[in-house]
Write a protein that binds this ligand. Structure first.
Ligand SMILES: [Ca+2]
Length: 278
């Protein structure tokens, strides 16, 4: 999972919370820990009628800011027999991150996947088509799986990193952390083995780059403890990086499409060179 560092402050507090905390700890007023900001950040009110299962932070529009998607469905089919303001089948919720200050609900436009309703449960997020856009596969209760393909029409750039651990790290690199800097913005991504409810996500680390066309630096902290710094020669592609060996492969689906449009073959290096198990 990737998140932009310091997207949300955890060191703020309200007078009431400060008073309660002070009473609990004597006379010391501390400004640390957690504070409830769900309503202030815009993720609470719209979700009240929904019962959520699969969730993820994902940068669906590659602007460099992690958005939130929630897959929903009620526990009891009988809710459809009552006027309780909720239903058994429910639509997904997608919240757009406004530069770390607030989330806004993406409208469920008719004809899009955001308007579809189903009793959703688990959700696995990943770039299924290797095009830099995070899609989601949903496990539906008593129904066939649902695939929501990301068709965002933004023109933002991105990179994805498939990490392969060396002899002293797990081969799948679970536990590795990546720090990427582009256009003066530093992001962090982690290789994780798990996701949310009964699901695992794409282990490749995904970074939305916004309008940046170059990556200044990549710093990988491998599970072995090794730290490697390297530069990426391009964006809008998937790089395979092996511990101690650097970039060992890359995949560029968009390059292939562009080359086909121009009626010429893709170049072997830079344009397209399939990685091992991209
Ligand atoms: Ca975003």
């Amino acid at each position: 999972m990737v998140h932009r560092e310091s997207s949300f402050s955890a060191n703020q507090t309200t007078p009431a919370a400060a008073k309660a905390g002070s009473a609990a700890r004597g006379s010391v007023r501390r400004r640390s820990g957690f504070v409830q900001v769900s309503y202030q950040t815009g993720i609470a009110q719209d979700g009240v009628p929904f019962l959520g299962w699969g969730t993820a932070f994902l940068d669906y529009d590659n602007d460099g800011w992690k958005d939130i998607m929630m897959i929903n469905g009620h526990v009891y089919p009988q809710v459809d027999n009552y006027d309780w303001g909720t239903t058994f089948a429910q639509r997904p919720l997608l919240y757009h991150n406004l530069h770390g200050k607030r989330f806004v609900l993406v409208p469920p436009v008719e004809g899009t996947g955001l308007a579809e309703t189903f009793p959703g449960r688990g959700a696995a997020f990943g770039d299924l088509f290797n095009d830099g856009r995070i899609d989601v596969v949903i496990n539906v209760l008593d129904g066939h799986p649902v695939l929501l393909r990301n068709v965002s029409n933004d023109h933002h750039h991105w990179v994805e990193l498939k990490l392969i651990g060396g002899p002293k790290s797990p081969r799948d690199a679970v536990g590795a952390t990546v720090y990427l800097t582009a256009d003066g913005m530093r992001q962090r991504g982690d290789v994780l083995s798990g996701g949310s409810y009964i699901s695992s996500n794409d282990p490749r680390v995904h970074f939305g780059l916004g309008d940046a066309t170059t990556v200044s630096s990549v710093e990988i902290h491998w599970p072995s403890g090794n730290v490697e710094k390297l530069r990426l020669p391009a964006v809008d592609r998937i790089f395979t990086i092996e511990e101690g060996k650097g970039i060992v492969g890359q995949l560029c689906v968009l390059c292939r499409a562009t080359a086909a449009e121009h009626g010429r073959a893709a170049k072997p290096h830079g344009a397209e060179r399939a990685s091992r198990n991209p």
